[in-house]
Ligand binder design. Structure first.
Ligand code: ZN
Length: 248
């Protein structure tokens, strides 16, 4: 069967003599594995279609399992994302997250649009950390773990300071915080941003200025949620952490 999709390369690996197998997040077919024959040959027309982060139109033939590329056109090569170390680190994390944390049925057209917008935001110089945290939220929601930040998950209280309870799937007010020993206290600005992330479509992300302190707090909060619900060690995340350590 011939399949035509728009897709973004979220994984690319060598396969046999000069070939590559890529995993695409597509607009209509979830995640799709495609063999690109001769991709590693210098003169290959298909070489750049196999590079990580490339967005393109892919035409492939598939019976079951892996497809075989017959034709492709690049829409955006995203080469900047492969050239600048910090962008590469963040984009690799976003791609690996989709590859490993999203089940096939969660890899929707909406998630395709979110990844596309995430890579664009990186390239346009939007805050790398905030963009990533917003993207993490979209992945959590797609995977069915979208937390509730609007009211205390235990008593419904909406006022006063709140702590994040990853196991409770949302926030706990100060009266109920004792119910989760790991509850993570949130500042008012961190809570506001988490509520915003919950509602926001990544395509609408503008340039937001966030204090370093708040960013670090958001990082801690998102980390707690990701570890609780996704819980897969990602290679790209340890690289991000190292990068973060040296840039502060
Ligand atoms: Zn409460």
């Amino acid at each position: 069967m011939q399949v035509r999709v728009e897709g973004i390369v979220i994984r690319s690996m060598d396969y046999g003599e000069g070939n590559k197998i890529v995993t695409l997040l597509t607009d209509t077919h979830g995640k799709a594995g495609v063999i690109i024959r001769g991709a590693k040959k210098i003169k290959s027309r298909h070489g750049s279609l196999s590079q990580l982060f490339t967005q393109g139109e892919y035409l492939f033939y598939r019976n079951s399992g892996l497809g075989t590329l017959t034709h492709g056109e690049i829409i955006e090569s995203h080469h900047v994302l492969r050239e600048q170390l910090d962008m590469t680190a963040y984009a690799s994390y976003a791609a690996e997250l989709v590859d490993r944390a999203l089940q096939e049925e969660d890899a929707s057209a909406f998630m395709y649009e979110q990844l596309k917008a995430c890579l664009h935001a990186f390239e346009e110089g939007k805050d790398l950390m905030i963009t990533t945290q917003l993207f993490e939220m979209k992945v959590l929601q797609a995977a069915g773990y979208g937390p509730d930040f609007n009211a205390c998950v235990s008593c419904g209280n909406t006022v006063g300071p709140m702590s994040l309870s990853a196991q409770g799937g949302g926030v706990l007010c100060s009266r109920c915080a004792y119910k989760d020993a790991q509850a993570y206290p949130l500042s008012e600005s961190a809570l506001k941003l988490l509520r915003l992330f919950q509602q926001m479509d990544l395509r609408r992300l503008g340039n937001i200025q966030v204090k370093d302190e708040t960013k670090q707090q958001l990082k801690g909060a998102m980390r707690l949620l990701m570890d609780m619900h996704i819980g897969i060690p990602l290679k790209s995340r340890s690289f991000l952490d190292q990068l973060d350590k040296y840039s502060i």
